[in-house]
Design a protein around this ligand. Structure first.
Ligand code: ARG
Length: 463
């Protein structure tokens, strides 16, 4: 076996010796960037159309090239052509195959273009598609959250701070909190799309071309909304990849918090909800177990996507202008973050759809709990006691309840009156979780009326 590369590489003619085979294996990106074959072919077709319109290459040759490229797309998608790592990257795989099909005319496809602006264009086309898919997946999740908020708007659950039972809330209020997070995520993607939607084609290697290229025309043919302003920046900017992975990281962070709630709430200690069997796993040794593996995996993949973000930030750190081969390392984190986030949002949505709250148990627990202590304090405030004093009195009542093992609603009125003269019969009404929720008056609160309003506003803002 020869030690050197067996195929002629695009840049080989300048060298006396063939490229070392191991160095080629090390530098080949085909296994990763073959995922860009459709974008690459689309980009080449647009470029070649522009070249022929500008009379840089003859119309007939452009036709041959475009037909060849369309066939290659079929060959790759059907599996008839398997991209070979020895071709160095997907751009070369396609160009070499075109050369086999139509001969040296294939080489005209690259007039006025470098792989530097080519790969930047491919990556932007990929991200436009990924943003669309992720946006749709998020939309599905948001729709489901609105359904959940509607179904459970009168179901009372515990709200937590410091993972301690804090105050009773409407479960609808809880689901709407997540709705708001994913709504912001959708807005972030929408905003980022404007910056991704810029064509870098026509920048060539980095300094431009002596050929009369029409960059605006390539932009239009590829459906890009805008054109690069500076050719150096066009080939060396990876900001939008960083922004995209950062948006993915925030989505995963939101999902991981939701997963954590679900994992915890599905334990027998909490037992607030039931994830359907179809999204749970068992143990190979402990037959009683039902594990929330899907939620755990989504939570785990969050670490992976954060890793992708650190990866790309570190690859780009201190890189001198303009293009450097380091930048080939942008694709593994981009693809990984994109695939992990899209699949996480989709599977999480499906799992959530097949999850039920244990309403009976929640009603029983919230009715008996000390989490209504704030209600006592606010009751006293309504009777004109300064809040600090009301808090102090209530603290004493809570200690009493804990020591005597009584629920707040079971303490007799005489006892309440020993703590403060201000107590009357109506304290028992204030101590119902429904009253606690329904008497909230402040903006965006958990009151049933406020939750209904929030659902309505969310429905009209859903996109
Ligand atoms: N595979 C390369 C990448 O992803 C394509 C650009 C190669 N350019 C170059 N000057 N070697 O960045």
């Amino acid at each position: 076996m020869k030690k050197g590369a067996e195929k002629e590489l695009l840049w080989q003619s300048r060298f006396a010796e063939p490229f070392d085979r191991e160095a080629l294996l090390f530098s080949s990106s085909v296994d990763v960037d073959k995922a860009l074959y459709q974008e690459d072919i689309r980009g080449s077709i647009a470029h070649v159309m522009m070249l022929s319109e500008e009379a840089i290459i003859p119309v007939e040759e452009a036709r041959l090239i475009i037909e060849g490229l369309e066939e290659i797309e079929q060959e790759i998608s059907s599996g008839a052509l398997v991209p070979d790592w020895e071709d160095e990257d997907i751009h070369t795989v396609i160009e070499n195959r075109l050369k086999e099909k139509i001969g040296p005319i294939a080489g005209k496809m690259h007039s006025g273009r470098s792989r530097n602006d080519q790969v930047a264009a491919d990556t932007r086309l990929y991200m436009k598609r990924a943003i669309g898919e992720l946006g749709n997946a998020l939309k599905g999740l948001k729709k489901l959250l609105l359904e959940k908020a509607e179904t459970y708007r009168h179901t009372i659950i515990f709200g937590y701070t410091h993972l301690q039972r804090a105050q009773p809330i409407s479960a609808g209020h809880y689901y709407l909190a997540y709705f708001n997070m994913f709504q912001r995520d959708g807005e972030r993607l929408h905003d980022l799309y404007k910056r991704v939607d810029i064509s870098p084609l026509g920048a060539a290697a980095f300094a431009g071309s002596t050929l009369p290229l029409n960059a605006k025309r390539s932009m239009e043919l590829l459906d890009f909304g805008g054109l690069f302003r500076n050719s150096i920046d066009a080939v060396s900017d990876r900001d939008t990849i960083i922004e995209f992975i950062s948006a993915c990281s925030i989505i995963m962070m939101h999902l991981s918090r939701f997963c954590e709630d679900m994992i915890l709430w599905s334990t027998s200690e909490f037992n607030y909800l039931e994830i359907s069997d179809a999204f749970s796993t068992g143990s190979s040794i402990m037959p009683q177990k039902k594990n929330a593996d899907i939620a755990e995996l989504v939570r785990g993949k969050t670490g992976r996507v954060y890793g992708d973000l650190m990866n790309i930030l570190t690859v780009m750190k201190s890189l001198p202008l303009s293009y450097n081969r380091d930048m080939q390392e942008d694709k593994p984190p981009l693809f990984d973050a994109s695939e992990s986030t899209i699949s996480s949002v989709r599977i999480f949505t499906k799992m959530l759809k097949h999850t039920k709250l244990n309403e009976e148990r929640l009603a029983k627990l919230t009715g008996e709990d000390l989490s209504l202590a704030t209600e006592i304090a606010e009751y006293l405030v309504r009777k004109d006691l300064p809040f600090r004093e009301a808090h102090r009195v209530t603290g004493k009542i809570v200690t009493y309840a804990l020591e005597s093992g009584t629920a707040l609603s079971k303490i007799p009125l005489e006892t309440y009156r020993e703590f403060s003269e201000l107590f009357d019969q109506d304290i028992y009404d204030a101590l119902k979780p429904e009253t606690s929720i329904n008497t909230k008056q402040s903006h965006g609160s958990t009151s049933f009326a406020s939750v209904d309003e929030q659902i309505k506003a969310a429905r009209s803002g859903l996109r």
